[in-house]
Design a protein around this ligand. Structure first.
Ligand code: F6R
Length: 365
């Protein structure tokens, strides 16, 4: 049932404040403002030397955000691969370390094969899954469920932000157990998470502005997405969403890589979508935007009020999101990124919930 939405994707985008709040409520003691994981872990965070994350597609991008969080908040080294690479690259793995898998369906063939490989190597297997009866869920030592509810649209939306919610809580739990963050820091991070559904609701009020921008985006044959830090995976996710449902060619890049190649593509016809909250790397991203502007490029900037005040180069259209701590920006910035892809596809009239050549669950390699 799509409710009063035209597509499941729209419904699922709009469900995010609710399902993220629901997911967080299973991982957070709201009164104590601390993380309480819903299951016992079969390992101690202090004994883990490295986390190996593998996943595919959007779930991989959630893992990529988590890499920044685990390293920053838990001082825990993370390696991350797309599952189809992890299983074949003969990585030297250490027995007793942690292998983390992220999957909405819990049936993705490459992710499952990587899980079995990690298990054979004696790693602890923890999975973040949406379908709790799935094969990946059954074969894991421990699961941390996302409570997104069934995701029908082929393009993943609410599963992604729920994965980020769970991964953020895991990184905070690891940080506390490893003594990498203080109680006060934990409370601050948790408070920021609790506020996410409110910021999401506020962001959804920008829908009309985003729809207007998307009508123009639909006229482009190529789109470039740029971001730094935890906004870099969002650039990758934005490009994937646009490709999947609008069939427009899009690429996501770390903003700093612009001058190492993709800048050659910039001209007046190529839109550049920049996800850049005002955080510790914002100024760096501004200089990348200046490089785009100097070549006549058109920029759509997703930022906050401070970022909007500083990004004054010509050719920029700004979508101003609410201000929030930088620890949680990936969760909220996911929404305008999804909406841009969604409304571009609406303008083009593609089959949004069933894009050509794609399946909801990829059970073959
Ligand atoms: C993107 C998308 C796919 C999936 C990928 C992994 O919108 O839906 O890229 O994210 O196939 O699927 P799961 O999470 O089920 O393992």
């Amino acid at each position: 049932d799509k409710g009063n939405h035209r597509h499941f994707m729209a419904k699922e985008i709009h469900e995010q404040p609710e399902v993220v709040a629901h997911t967080l409520s299973h991982y957070i003691d709201m009164a104590k403002e601390s993380v309480v994981l819903p299951g016992e872990l079969p390992f101690e965070w202090n004994k883990i030397e490295r986390v190996s994350i593998s996943a595919c597609g959007t779930a991989y991008y959630a893992g990529l955000v988590a890499k920044y969080w685990f390293e920053r908040y838990a001082r825990l080294p993370v390696e991350i691969d797309v599952a189809s690479e992890f299983r074949y690259r003969e990585a030297p793995l250490r027995k007793g370390d942690l292998a983390l898998f992220v999957s909405q369906s819990g049936e993705t063939a490459d992710t499952l094969a990587s899980l079995r490989y990690a298990k054979e190597q004696g790693l602890h297997v923890l999975s973040v899954v949406n379908v709790q009866t799935s094969t990946i869920a059954r074969e894991s030592d421990v699961i941390m469920p996302t409570l997104a509810g069934p995701e029908i649209g082929v393009a993943s939306t609410k599963a992604f932000t729920c994965q980020l919610s769970v991964l953020a809580c895991l990184a905070i739990a690891a940080g506390r157990a490893r003594g990498a963050i203080s109680d006060a820091e934990e409370r601050k991070l948790v408070r920021a998470l609790i506020e996410v559904p409110r910021h999401m609701n506020e962001t959804l009020t920008l829908e009309g502005d985003i729809e207007a921008l998307a009508r123009d985006l639909g006229k482009s044959s190529d789109v470039l997405y740029l971001g730094r830090g935890t906004s870099y995976p969002l650039a990758l996710e934005g490009a994937l969403k646009l490709k999947e449902i609008s069939y427009i060619h899009a690429e996501g890049y770390a903003a700093g890589e612009l001058k190492h190649g993709p800048i050659a593509l910039i001209d007046e016809t190529m839109p550049v979508i920049v996800t850049a909250p005002y955080d510790s790397v914002f100024e760096k991203t501004v200089s990348n935007m200046q490089e785009v502007a100097a070549r006549g490029g058109r920029i759509i900037l997703l930022t906050d009020s401070k970022g909007a005040a500083e990004a004054t180069m010509p050719g920029v259209t700004i979508i101003t999101l609410p201000d929030m701590p930088s620890s949680v920006t990936p969760l909220v910035y996911a929404l305008p990124v999804q909406l841009l892809a969604y409304y571009t596809a609406v303008a083009l009239g593609t089959d949004i919930d069933q894009p050509r050549n794609l399946a909801k669950s990829v059970t073959v390699e």
